[in-house]
Design a protein around this ligand. Structure first.
Ligand SMILES: Cc1cc2nc3c(=O)[nH]c(=O)nc-3n(C[C@H](O)[C@H](O)[C@H](O)COP(=O)(O)OP(=O)(O)OC[C@H]3O[C@@H](n4cnc5c(N)ncnc54)[C@H](O)[C@@H]3O)c2cc1C
Ligand code: SF4
Length: 556
């Protein structure tokens, strides 16, 4: 199983530091695990490594937070100055047509869709606050530290990670100020990288954690923060829409959350299982803002931030085994989003708590580096499993039968699941999102309106509102397994969809004298992971750039 020997030979000399638990990713999952470990035993040594320039810089969520995870972790959070101050007061669902809208009565929504008791938050700010709480307990939190490699133990287990490698030349050789980084070794290593984690992907593959499960499914979420006319702002209002502009081309929908200070989060999710390679998720989002209902809200306002991130959508049937030799997959590294609720933060926090409790129990009895089976059981049989299981058929019904039929059938199934049974059993997802892409010859191009610069913007202008920056003298972090595939195969067969699905305009096909050329503007990458997911040839591998690079989201 292990190729440790050959890896050791090619690895540069690195210092090593030992901890009880090493945590990759300062998201809600990783930080909850860190806090819980210290609550259980202040002597346990814990390090959290985060690739963003600061905690929160790479966090993008909706977000309406169900506080059930935080209630377990820090029951007094209301008295602790948490940036969670806007309760949901008004919950609305609309079905959109091109120029009209129909509000769905709240009464027909299954109870689990109700947002009463939830809060509109910036998860970036919640994570910044959680990191402070973790540090007060003695956790070492290191932002600006990309974890680029797994350190495999002699016995094949995950023994640690390499973090903090800086200063490579574009060709990968050490540059003048090269720093080889460090090996951070742990009795247990928790991967809390969020959706499509680059190390998690390797671990899932190596230990076949997804065997016997459905493939993971994803959506691409794009989000803008707007400051709007105070007269139109309604603090605590939550709006979700479905239908136009996606209609039959793809599944997905929008969210509009009114937080405080006259700000609204305007977001749009496109399910990545779409077939037509000509679809442009970003332009669907921009088009959506021209719907009369949305345009009226935003008119006179200004967009102050932009970002994008994939979201896991496979749910219960796609959840891999979450424990492996030496560690655990937390939160969306495994995929714990409740799709109809568009919520995963509560499950991310609960998973962190469960993983910490399992590791504490193991270390207390002298164990290290084994499989935390009790964590996997807690995820499956506890609150997370129950949350995901109830809604497991919504996504496959939507993919198979489209929006209208799935609303009726999915709604019915959620109602019966709330009562404790399902007439549908567990439906599968079938294809991966990459496999779902069909040849261009079977589809028509889609004409998108030009952005007007007022409500809608082109990709590069919007990327400048994400604070994204990558040091240009490093190797491109978007690796092609075979550099010939984009032009040799993807272009003739799929009209090279990377040009269209990337929400930051990173990929271009440029006409040159000798023929078309595939260009990767990696500096603009907002780390959404869509290319790693959707490339029909699975030829693009997203790897971490050097630490601190990427977006710098304010309060996403
Ligand atoms: C558009 C959108 C809207 C959403 N809306 C909601 C909502 O309203 N409510 C809700 O509850 N959920 C929502 N979700 C889902 C929710 O955001 C996720 O479930 C949640 O973020 C998962 O938490 P996590 O800790 O697992 O991962 P993340 O929050 O993604 O955190 C992972 C962290 O790890 C870091 N990292 C990753 N890889 C490495 C590495 N190799 N080295 C170092 N650091 C690394 C990342 O930079 C990041 O900071 C939404 C998601 C999206 C995309
Ligand atoms: S290059 Fe890939 S990860 Fe980066 S923004 Fe584009 S699709 Fe997302």
């Amino acid at each position: 199983m292990t190729d440790t020997a050959s890896q050791t030979e090619t690895r540069p000399e690195r210092e090593a530091m030992e901890y009880d638990v090493v945590i990759v990713g300062a998201g809600p999952a990783g930080l909850s695990a860190a806090i819980r470990l210290k609550q259980l035993d202040p002597e346990i040594s814990v390090v959290v490594l985060e690739k963003g320039s600061e905690v929160g810089a790479h966090i993008l969520s909706g977000a309406v937070l169900d506080p059930c995870g935080l209630d377990r972790l820090l029951p007094n959070w209301r008295e602790m100055g948490a940036p969670i101050t806007v309760p949901v007061r008004d919950d609305r669902f609309y079905m959109l047509g091109e120029s009209g809208s129909m509000r769905l009565p709240n009464a027909i929504m299954p109870p689990l869709m109700n947002n009463h008791g939830n809060y509109i938050v910036s998860m970036g700010n919640v994570c910044r606050w959680m990191a402070e709480k973790a540090e007060e307990l003695g956790v070492e939190v290191f932002p600006g530290m990309s974890c680029s490699e797994i350190v495999w133990g002699e016995d094949g287990r995950v023994a640690g990670v390499v973090a903090g490698e800086f200063g490579k030349n574009p060709d990968g050789t050490p540059g003048p100020g090269y720093e080889p980084g460090m090996e951070l070794l742990g009795k247990y290593v928790f991967l809390g990288e969020g959706v499509r984690g680059s190390l998690s992907k390797q671990v899932i593959e190596r230990f076949a954690l997804g065997e016997g499960r459905e493939p993971q499914k994803y959506g691409l979420g794009m989000k803008e923060i707007w400051e709007i006319d105070p007269a139109k702002h309604s603090e605590g209002r939550v709006v979700h829409t479905m239908g136009w502009p996606l209609e039959k081309n793809a599944g997905g929908g929008s969210f509009i959350y009114h937080l405080d200070n006259n700000q609204v989060y305007v977001g749009f999710v496109v399910h990545l299982g779409y077939a037509n390679p000509y679809l442009r998720p970003y332009q669907e989002f921009q088009r959506f803002k021209h719907h009369p209902m949305v345009a009226e809200l935003l008119k006179g306002g200004k967009r102050v931030a932009y970002g994008a991130r994939a979201i896991t959508e496979g749910g219960w049937q796609s959840l891999p085994k979450t424990a492996f030799p030496g560690g655990a997959l937390l939160g969306c590294s495994a995929g714990m989003v409740n799709v109809p609720r568009i919520k995963g933060n509560h499950n991310a926090m609960l998973s962190g708590i469960h993983a910490a409790e399992a590791a504490y129990e193991a270390m207390s009895s002298g164990r290290a580096g084994d499989v935390l089976e009790s964590y996997d059981t807690a995820v499956r049989e506890g609150a997370i499993g129950k949350d995901l299981k109830k809604v497991r058929n919504v996504k496959p019904l939507w993919s198979r039968y489209g929006l209208t039929a799935s609303l009726a059938l999915g709604g019915f199934d959620m109602w019966t699941n709330t009562l404790g049974f399902s007439l549908l059993g567990t439906l599968g997802h079938g294809k991966t999102d990459a496999e779902a892409t069909e040849p261009a010859k079977d589809h028509a191009e889609i004409a998108y309106p030009k952005p007007d610069g007022v409500l809608s913007f082109d990709r590069l202008t919007n990327v400048s509102f994400s604070g994204t920056n990558h040091e240009e003298s490093q190797p491109c972090h978007l690796k092609l397994k075979d550099p010939k595939v984009p032009i040799g195969h993807n272009l003739p067969v799929y009209a090279e969809p990377a040009q269209r699905y990337c929400p930051a305009g990173v990929y271009e096909v440029v006409e040159k004298e000798g023929g078309p050329e595939f260009v990767i503007n990696f500096q603009n990458c907002v780390h959404c992971k869509t290319c790693d997911i959707k490339d029909p040839s699975q030829n693009i591998v997203w790897t971490v750039p050097q630490g601190g690079d990427g977006p710098n989201y304010p309060n996403m």
